[in-house]
Ligand binder design. Structure first.
Ligand SMILES: N[C@@H](CCC(=O)N[C@@H](CS)C(=O)NCC(=O)O)C(=O)O
Length: 220
């Protein structure tokens, strides 16, 4: 595919939605240029609007095609770069992978604002509100069940890394940042995600970023 790809993202320290396509593209060795628009500045909104009228990142440009919404970007990439194993091949596993990716994209509305992604911080364990605890339990149940049914000998939800893992990667970082208690299966899964070279590259890049957003607390 000759046309160049540009992925527009926000701060690696804070932008959970940006992490998802960036991680999968980096893991699957899809070459792309990266444009970072820092959040929470006067220039943020106009800069994002230059790429997408939806006013949110990530945004993917591929030649004259523009795609926004993290899951739509990942689906687009799976079509455009069909020689990579973005999804499991088995139809049952693929249906499950698409379903849990969509559940992440649309759901967990209590957990996400209660635990904003912040790769700079580690918090003491806390007592969560009931709706947040329900999301945490649902996510770990979903990880356990998917690993048991489809994980096989691999370390990821469907054995090898897929889009489903990319969608849950920012949840893994949140569970670490906020010291969320994890069962053994979830904990091993979290370690596998954090150990991915692409994840480590994102985290190292985040640590070099100059921008600190006060509402997420000072860096440690
Ligand atoms: N549903 C969207 C969510 C995107 C989103 O909320 N992005 C945040 C950054 S993580 C954003 O662009 N915020 C900029 C703003 O609201 O000004 C997706 O999946 O891509």
């Amino acid at each position: 595919m000759a046309k160049g790809l540009t992925l527009v993202i926000a701060n690696k320290r804070y932008s959970s939605w940006s992490l998802r396509p960036w991680l999968a593209m980096t893991h699957f060795d899809v070459p792309f240029e990266e444009v970072v628009i820092p959040l929470d500045q006067d220039s943020t909104s106009p800069a994002i609007l230059e790429h997408s009228a939806a006013g949110k990142v990530p945004v993917l440009h591929h030649g004259d095609i523009t795609v926004w919404e993290s899951l739509a970007i990942l689906e687009y990439l799976a079509d455009a770069f069909y020689d990579r194993p973005w999804w499991p091949t088995d139809p049952h596993a693929k249906a499950r992978a698409r379903t849990i990716a969509a559940e992440m994209h649309a759901g967990f509305g209590a957990m996400r604002p209660a635990m904003p992604m912040n790769l700079d911080k580690t918090y003491e364990p806390s007592a969560w509100a009931a709706d947040v605890s329900k999301d945490i339990a649902r996510i770990q149940g979903l990880w356990r069940d998917t690993r048991a049914k489809y994980g096989g000998d691999g370390d990821f939800l469907f054995g090898t890394f897929t889009i489903a893992d990319a969608m849950y990667a920012p949840v893994v970082t949140r569970f670490k940042t906020y010291c969320v208690e994890m069962d053994d299966v979830s904990s091993a899964y979290a370690d596998a995600v954090l150990g991915l070279p692409a994840m480590q590259k994102w985290t190292a890049d985040a640590a070099e970023e100059p921008w600190v957003i006060d509402k997420y607390g000072p860096p440690e």
